[in-house]
Design a protein around this ligand. Structure first.
Ligand SMILES: C[S@@+](CC[C@H](N)C(=O)[O-])C[C@H]1O[C@@H](n2cnc3c(N)ncnc32)[C@H](O)[C@@H]1O
Length: 197
């Protein structure tokens, strides 16, 4: 997987890494920033996605410019599966479209425009979900995803360490739900991994 990243994908990843790093120091307003995961989290997500159950959809909530989608999509090539990624902001949608075109992955990634809480209702069974949007809707997203996750399916929520307070309602809810085994993994900004039993 990691040794087979195409030149076009690598090039786009590097460009987005540069924009993200610049955003964080040049005073770019928070809503305009890419706020993407670091590369080690991308690799972690790809490894988890590669080992998810055979049936069920691959989903991402919060696309931004498509950086994490590119990492997850590495696992989908070998599985012949497709990622559905949801983004609400028009400017981010435009950037993500550019990313998927430039990286040549439009056959592997479907960008769904709009609010996940509305658009996500039509999803079927889910094998993998990366949750990386506004923290105040994490619990609502969890409720929507939890009932659709197949046995052995994974829900991974970003920012478990750097936004520990905002993540508390989701973590407490998932940890007290008998259907899940949960663990916070100290990689990147902290990944809260929930596996459906
Ligand atoms: C932290 S960024 C995602 C970063 C991306 N996962 C990455 O690592 O490259 C969060 C994104 O979620 C989007 N978002 C927030 N609320 C949303 C919602 N209700 N539905 C879909 N997207 C949403 C934001 O516009 C923003 O682009």
């Amino acid at each position: 997987m990691f040794t087979e990243i195409t030149g076009a994908t690598k090039k786009r990843m590097q460009l987005l890494e540069q924009i993200d790093a610049r955003d964080r120091i040049d005073g770019t307003e928070t809503s305009q920033r890419l706020k993407q995961i670091p590369p080690e989290t991308g690799k972690f997500l790809a490894l988890l996605a590669a080992n998810c159950p055979d049936h069920g959809e691959f989903v991402e909530i919060g696309t931004s410019a498509g950086y994490s989608s590119l990492w997850i999509s590495l696992a989908l090539q070998q599985r012949g599966a497709k990622l559905k990624t949801f983004e609400i902001l028009p400017e981010k949608i435009r950037l993500a479209q550019e990313t998927f075109r430039a990286a040549g992955v439009t056959d592997r990634i479907e960008l769904i425009e709009g609010d996940f809480l509305e658009k996500g209702k039509s999803l079927g069974e889910i094998a993998f979900c990366f949750l990386d949007c506004e923290k105040h809707i994490y619990v609502k997203c969890f409720d929507m995803i939890a009932t659709k996750l197949v046995r052995g399916g994974l829900l991974i929520a970003d920012n478990a360490i750097d936004h520990a307070d905002a993540m508390k309602p989701l973590m407490e809810k998932a940890q007290s739900d008998d259907r899940f085994d949960c663990l916070t993994v100290p990689i990147g900004k902290g990944e809260f991994v929930c596996r459906r039993k």
